[in-house]
Design a protein around this ligand. Structure first.
Ligand code: NIG
Ligand code: FE
Length: 403
């Protein structure tokens, strides 16, 4: 079988287009790395095939390439020891307050050279790609100094250049307070706003800016200052909000025009309404919920009722979610959060792309979008969420080419 070069006509697909599953078997034409057109097989004329190399997928499920819209893939060291401490009864917050947690990864990341960070991150990204990711967001946030944050972002950009995947980068300078700014959170926020954001923007290293709005991190007011600086430099906004408590950080992010707010276990109805009004995506991170054995569920029913798009991501990081599989997130979103398989699939395709502001480029199978898609060894989309380990990804196409 040919493996799909440019000008390829994929025939007989069971097609999940990023929002819905088509009722009829579909043909999808790919030209110059983009989706040219889609047609039900029953409406295909002989002329439609001319100039195309045809590949019959015999009913196999075709989905958009998966979008992981929230990861922290670049980091030094690991936190297996912290995992053991949590098993012995310490909480995530206790560990953070005692200088472990995020700060222990900061030490290891600052000490690591760019090459070492790249080599460590590569297999993590490859793991995501191995089960279908074609777009992956990568945050900084373990450097917490101008130099180390930029170093992380350069590694993320290099991953995007060297691997067959689209990488979107986010500056998360406001992730935690570094030890040298102890007792001077406002001073650190000034560093983020006045030095990190301008430098990352000037060097083209960041597409967006993120914050951790939480009692163990930064206040709503501090996060608002970061949003203002991000906007002044033309960068998109995201927030880690309402993960461990309800501070109103999601509503503040939405008012500032955030593309997404992420975690949101403690989000209330006023917050959900703020997201609906602003068109902000709610990103669900069941991996962190699972690893931290959280019991507060995100307000799924309210998000549905107010029509807020729900994205779904791995949050892959060394502490709260050392998990490098989006497919596993499909299962966890259904078992833990009671999403339907269709909602979960939209979360890693169309809505994941929206959380990155990329809805006109990726996340759906529609004319004019980039030809990033996956072929699966099943004809039933629900099986992607139902089963863990199977069905197999049989082909991953990136920009029209088998990757
Ligand atoms: O998304 N919530 C804050 N930040 C990360 C965790 C980072 C870490 O524990 O290293 C998260 O869960
Ligand atoms: Fe995160």
């Amino acid at each position: 079988m040919n493996h799909g070069t440019d000008n390829t006509l994929w025939l007989n697909a069971t097609l999940f287009d990023g929002l819905n599953t088509r009722e009829q078997r579909m043909a999808m034409a790919v030209t110059d790395g983009q989706i040219a057109w889609l047609k039900p097989m029953a409406e295909l004329n002989t002329g439609d095939r001319s100039g195309f190399e045809c590949i019959d997928v015999e009913g196999a499920l075709v989905t958009p390439g998966l979008v992981d819209c929230h990861t922290h893939l670049v980091f030094g060291g690991n936190r297996a020891g912290e995992f053991e401490a949590r098993l012995e009864g310490k909480s995530y917050e206790e560990i953070a307050r005692a200088g472990g947690g995020i700060i222990s990864t900061v030490k290891a990341t600052r000490a690591a050279g760019e090459e070492a960070l790249f080599e460590a991150a590569k297999p993590r990204l490859q793991a995501l790609m191995a089960d279908g990711a074609t777009t992956v967001e990568i945050k900084s946030g373990y450097g917490l100094s101008l130099e180390s944050e930029l170093k992380m972002l350069r590694v993320a950009r290099r991953l995007g250049r060297e691997l067959r995947v689209r990488v979107v980068t986010t500056l998360l300078g406001a992730h935690a307070l570094p030890p040298e700014y102890k007792d001077d959170a406002d001073g650190y926020i000034r560093l983020v706003c006045e030095e990190m954001i301008p430098a990352a923007a000037a060097e083209g290293l960041a597409d967006a800016v993120d914050v951790f709005c939480e009692s163990i991190a930064f206040s709503v007011e501090q996060c608002e200052r970061v949003y203002a600086a991000a906007k002044a430099h033309g960068l998109a906004i995201k927030g880690h909000t309402e993960q461990l408590s309800n501070l109103g950080g999601s509503a503040a992010a939405a008012r500032a025009g955030a593309a997404s707010v992420d975690h949101i276990e403690y989000l209330d109805e006023a917050g959900v309404k703020a997201l609906a009004e602003a068109g902000t995506v709610a990103t669900l991170l069941p991996g962190a919920f699972y690893m931290l054995r959280e019991t507060q569920l995100p307000p799924i029913e309210l998000l549905r009722r107010h029509g807020v798009p729900m994205a779904l991501a791995t949050d892959a990081n060394p502490g709260s979610s050392p998990i490098f599989s989006l497919k596993l997130m499909l299962n966890m979103a259904c078992t833990l959060f009671r999403l339907t398989p269709l909602e979960a699939l939209r979360g890693v395709t169309a809505h994941g792309a929206r959380a990155l502001g990329l809805q006109q480029q990726v996340g759906r199978l529609a004319p004019g979008l980039q030809a990033d898609f996956c072929l699966w060894d099943t004809q039933n989309p629900a099986e992607l969420a139902y089963s863990v380990g199977l069905p197999r990804l049989t082909q991953r196409i990136f920009a029209g080419v088998k990757a």
